[in-house]
Design a protein around this ligand. Structure first.
Ligand SMILES: [Zn+2]
Length: 503
């Protein structure tokens, strides 16, 4: 075991700083290495190497390990390459892979990794490819992500989003080591789209009248082709004469999915429930902005007979600052609001407030339609009945489900951990999908006058319900300090729930 500073690393021999584990791996004399597996630590590091120490410490008790850790310029070896690390939750991933952990530069939901760490990583990955004779890094073949082996977010949304750039950098580093410069890729021939102008057009097995006819295309039929020979173009297998074709504009590509960060917060600012309203509004506004939220559902803001004055909604809007707007409820007793950042989403229209009747009392949902890069979606802000009124909440869930759709997000206080059965069919809770980091530890409801957050699962009241087919990139709960204390000056009764989705 040799401790080394980055200046003392021997890259040619892959000799770095070493703190070798004595347990939680399988020692081997030698083994066949087929690929490198990329992970993120879910430990935030500042590029000082401390995150590697944190990993080492974690694995003293947790039955897990990896071969390397990277934190900025610092590379740490925990398990020798010839030994099997317990890193992937998969037999083949562990047996044939070398696992590299990366410190995060920012926690959930983004789980960023610094550019320094990624540059160090590309160099290490390339070197390991060279030393273990894996050839030039190939994505999915010699260079894999933890999520390629099991259902996990690892290596996190940030790196997953930059995967192809990362692979390219590994290849570039490999080419430098291997002393080759790769042949440039030939530019692909652009595809041209054609429409048949004759009543019927023969498709032949080759580019000439002498080839047999195998298919006939009708007038108006369209296809794309990038292959031409003389006056003939090929589509899939067959060749067509261009005198009976006209070119058409290619179909418009469907807009790329855009990321959107949603938040939900139950924050009574009026002193009837908890005082210090304006101070708490400022803290909440800062947390909303820090989390990068574009649309925020808020409940219990202005309640009861005075709700129509929207006094506390105006206060929160002021704390959020210019650039934000609010969709206010219009129905009496409705205490649900939707705040949005005008620069990041386009407000389209509102829908009428829903009145959610039940035997245990009525509640509401405020609804608005937004768009992002040409895609429209609807957001509900709601708050279901409280107490043990399970049946009543199920009734209200049915009413919400009846108004929902595959492009509807339901945000709010469901007053229970479980999602009403009717909603469960079409929606998932963003929190349930991504139980990472602090997320898995905290409920959203802190009991009255408590100063620290509850880790009890029963206090899991606030949800961001996402249609089944919409990917959740990450989620988190905001408002708890590292020591478990609440960030609000006194027990705010709910925490801010944040989720990043694709629309
Ligand atoms: Zn992993």
């Amino acid at each position: 075991v040799t401790r080394r500073t980055p200046k003392q690393y021997n890259w040619a021999k892959a000799e770095f700083d070493e703190t070798l584990l004595t347990k939680h791996f399988r020692a081997k004399k030698s083994r066949k290495i087929k690929f490198i597996v990329i992970h993120h630590m879910t430990i935030v590091g500042k590029g000082t190497g401390a995150a590697n120490d944190a990993c080492y410490k974690t694995w003293q008790t947790r039955k897990a390990s990896a071969h390397y850790g990277i934190d900025g310029e610092f590379v740490r070896q925990f398990v020798w390459d010839k030994d099997v690390a317990w890193a992937t939750g998969s037999n083949s991933g562990n047996s044939y892979g070398i696992s590299i952990e990366h410190a995060n530069s920012e926690a959930a939901p983004r789980w960023t990794i610094s550019s320094t760490s990624l540059a160090t990583s590309a160099r290490l990955t390339a070197r390991l490819h060279y030393l273990h004779k894996l050839g030039r890094p190939r994505s999915g073949v010699t260079l894999k992500r933890h999520r390629d082996f099991k259902a996990t977010e690892c290596p996190g949304p940030y790196l997953v989003g930059r995967w192809s750039a990362y692979v390219s950098e590994c290849q570039k580093q490999y080419d430098i080591i291997a002393g080759v410069s790769p042949a440039p890729n030939p530019a692909p021939t652009p595809k041209v789209r054609y429409r048949v102008t004759a009543a019927e057009l023969n498709g032949r097995t080759g580019p000439g009248m002498g080839f047999p006819v195998k298919v006939v295309r009708k007038r108006g039929s369209q296809f794309s082709s990038s292959k031409q020979s003389g006056n003939w173009v090929q589509a899939t297998k067959y060749w067509y004469h261009i005198s009976h074709l006209e070119t058409v504009a290619p179909p418009r590509p469907t807009p790329k999915p855009q990321r959107l960060t949603l938040g939900t917060l139950n924050i009574p600012l009026d002193s009837a429930k908890i005082e210090n309203g304006s101070a708490r509004a400022k803290i909440a506004a800062r947390q909303v902005k820090d989390a990068g939220i574009s649309i925020l559902a808020v409940q219990e803001l202005d309640r009861g007979a005075d709700a129509s004055a929207h006094v506390f909604a105006t206060q929160l809007l002021g704390a959020l600052g210019s650039g934000w707007a609010v969709v206010k409820p219009t129905t009496k007793w409705n205490e649900n609001y939707i705040f949005y950042r005008m620069a990041s989403v386009k407000y389209v229209t509102r829908k009428s407030d829903l009145i959610l009747t039940s035997s245990a009392g009525g509640r509401h949902a405020t609804r608005a339609v937004f768009s992002l890069a040409g895609r429209e979606f609807t957001v509900f802000s709601t708050h279901l009945v409280s107490g043990a009124a399970t049946k009543a909440r199920e009734d209200q869930g049915r009413q919400l489900a009846a108004h929902g759709s595959a492009s509807t997000f339901i945000l709010g206080d469901l007053n229970q951990k479980a999602i009403p059965p009717a909603l469960l069919k079409g929606y998932k809770s963003a929190r349930a999908v991504q139980p990472v980091g602090s997320l898995s530890r905290y409920g959203t409801f802190a009991s009255w006058k408590r100063t620290s957050a509850s880790t009890g699962a029963t206090s899991f009241l606030d949800h961001i319900l996402v249609p089944m087919k919409i990917p959740v990139i990450g989620a988190n709960v905001v408002g708890v300090q590292a020591d478990g204390k609440l960030t609000q000056p006194r027990a705010s009764d709910h925490l801010l729930v944040v989720a990043t989705v694709e629309v």
